[in-house]
Design a protein around this ligand. Structure first.
Ligand SMILES: [Fe+2]
Ligand SMILES: [Fe+2]
Length: 502
């Protein structure tokens, strides 16, 4: 082959590698790809890659064909930092930006500042001979790291020195790699920033009410546990379902953001512990004190001023005590109803009887014991929310959708708005906001529905009821699945594998 043609082929190869590198945005995969391509390009037996960060060299990738073929290949390793100094070969290249093409690392000249560390060779019974060590320079200015190629092999697997002609080509590959690394890092940084922003916003909204603090975080963690378990299924309903990394990410965002629309629901409703708001209860307490005082005053006035001739001191006192006791009983009953979870027919009639009572205010006008709004809150049959308040809370899903759909997600995350806003949909169509049924609800919102209910039941500080132990919550989930509202396979997986034990 003519030299010209060989060079042209090399350049073409280099171009192809460049394209492959720029299309890999996952930093870890990219680093592996760089070493693999550089080794293939030069016929190197082994290769490593160091990244320069915070004044240190981090050893990131080690590949070694000879060792990987042994029956006991060395185990994988975690990136670790090396001090940045001219005493190591990689350090020297990182500091000076020079390329080092070493024929034999065991025959280094005395005058060079760097030396070869034989520790790896000794530990692995490997023999390093030639090395081509190049800086990874971004736009020929900043050094991002060092690419180290070891033992250029001939056809018989004998190590040879790296040819001079490889230097420029590997330099060129290394600088393409540097650009790709910078881009991948930038993408990773933006992603981390975006994720943090989402987590903080969701956590801040959860924290508006002590009853929901940490809810979105737990929903995200449970959902992830379920998706990972689904990925491991080798039989059953989920055998064909697999969450690729992008889909895991999509599910995680949907989980973190599912209740973000609660930002639009007033705190008094979210935080409501009893049937009446704190303000309403304070108003009623004050009113009943006033009713008591006014009644007492009226009784004494009637007796001493209007009927002053009749001395009925004792009788008046008894009457006053009786009226006062009645008022206190009414008030105690209201307090009891305010805190109760269910309202019986008998209690409702008793409440109506109180509501129909009136008192005369300071101007002498007749006023009801209870205002219509207070009566509406108190006469809820189950729970502590009026229909209106309940509807108001339900609007959080539409608000979630409105907020999340305005986040410019990438194509791989395009379903986040739909998934997050469908976490209250139920399989039998009785959920909200759209009343979706059966297969219209994908697996992701089905997962969210299960874990959302589980967390609402088991969270320690939900309003108006104590935390339910996981076993009891599990029974409720199974009953919901049996009734056709929740996905039975998801419920079973979640409970049988105890995925709630994070
Ligand atoms: Fe919700
Ligand atoms: Fe929720």
């Amino acid at each position: 082959m003519s030299e010209d043609r060989a060079l042209r082929e090399q350049v073409e190869k280099l171009n192809r590698i460049g394209i492959a590198l720029t299309s890999e945005t996952n930093l870890k995969k990219l680093l592996g790809l760089i070493v693999r391509e550089a080794r293939r390009f030069t016929g190197a037996d082994a290769g490593s890659l160091y990244i320069l960060e915070d004044g240190k060299l981090f050893f990131h990738v080690a590949q070694n064909k000879t060792l990987s073929r042994r029956p006991d290949p060395p185990p994988g390793f975690k990136p670790y930092p090396l001090p940045l100094s001219k005493e190591s070969i990689a350090g020297y290249v990182a500091i000076t930006g020079e390329i080092l093409n070493i024929e034999d690392v065991y025959g280094l000249a005395k005058r060079v500042p760097y030396s070869f560390n034989p520790e790896f060779d000794l530990r692995n019974k490997y023999l390093t001979r030639s090395m081509l060590v190049v800086p990874m320079k971004d736009r020929e200015v900043e050094i991002l790291g060092v690419l180290q190629l070891i033992n250029a092999m001939d056809e018989t697997d004998t190590p040879l020195p790296f040819p001079k002609s490889a230097e420029r080509l590997v330099m060129s590959l290394a600088s393409q790699a540097a650009v790709a690394i910078r881009n991948a890092k930038l993408i990773a940084d933006i992603k981390a920033l975006f994720e943090a922003l989402i987590r903080y916003s969701a956590s801040a909204i959860d924290a508006r009410s002590p009853h929901t603090a940490g809810h979105s975080k737990r929903v995200a963690a449970y959902s992830r546990a379920i998706a990972l378990a689904i990925n491991e299924e080798t039989a059953g309903a989920f055998v064909d379902v697999f969450f690729a990394p992008e889909q895991m990410e999509e599910l995680s965002y949907a989980a973190w953001l599912h209740d973000i629309g609660k930002i639009g629901v007033p705190e008094q409703i979210l935080d409501k512990e009893n049937r009446l708001s704190r303000e309403a209860m304070t108003a009623i307490t004050t009113r009943f004190e006033l009713i008591k005082a006014l009644n007492a005053a009226r009784i004494w006035q009637d007796t001493y001023i209007e009927n002053k001739d009749e001395l009925q001191g004792k009788g008046v006192h008894e009457q006053a005590v009786k009226v006062e006791r009645e008022i206190e009983e009414d008030f105690s009953f209201i307090k009891k109803v305010n805190q109760s979870l269910f309202l019986s027919d008998k209690d409702l009639s008793a409440l109506q009887a109180i509501a129909s009572k009136t008192y005369k205010d300071l101007q002498g006008d007749a006023k009801p014991y209870l205002a219509d709004r207070e009566m509406e809150s108190l006469s809820v049959r189950k729970g502590n929310l009026t229909d209106e308040e309940y509807k108001r809370i339900q609007t959080h899903v539409e608000l979630t959708h409105n907020i999340v759909k305005n986040i410019p997600f990438t194509k791989t995350l395009e379903n986040v708005p739909f998934f997050s806003a469908s976490h209250h949909e139920l399989l039998d169509g009785t959920g909200y906001p759209r009343g979706l049924k059966g297969d219209k609800i994908p697996v992701q919102p089905r997962i969210l529905a299960v874990v959302d209910i589980f967390d609402a039941l088991t969270a320690a500080d939900r309003p108006y009821r104590r935390a339910i132990p996981p076993e009891k919550a599990g029974e409720i989930l199974r009953a919901e699945a049996k009734a056709g509202r929740l996905d039975k396979d998801i419920v079973d997986l979640f409970l049988d594998k105890e995925l709630y034990k994070l």
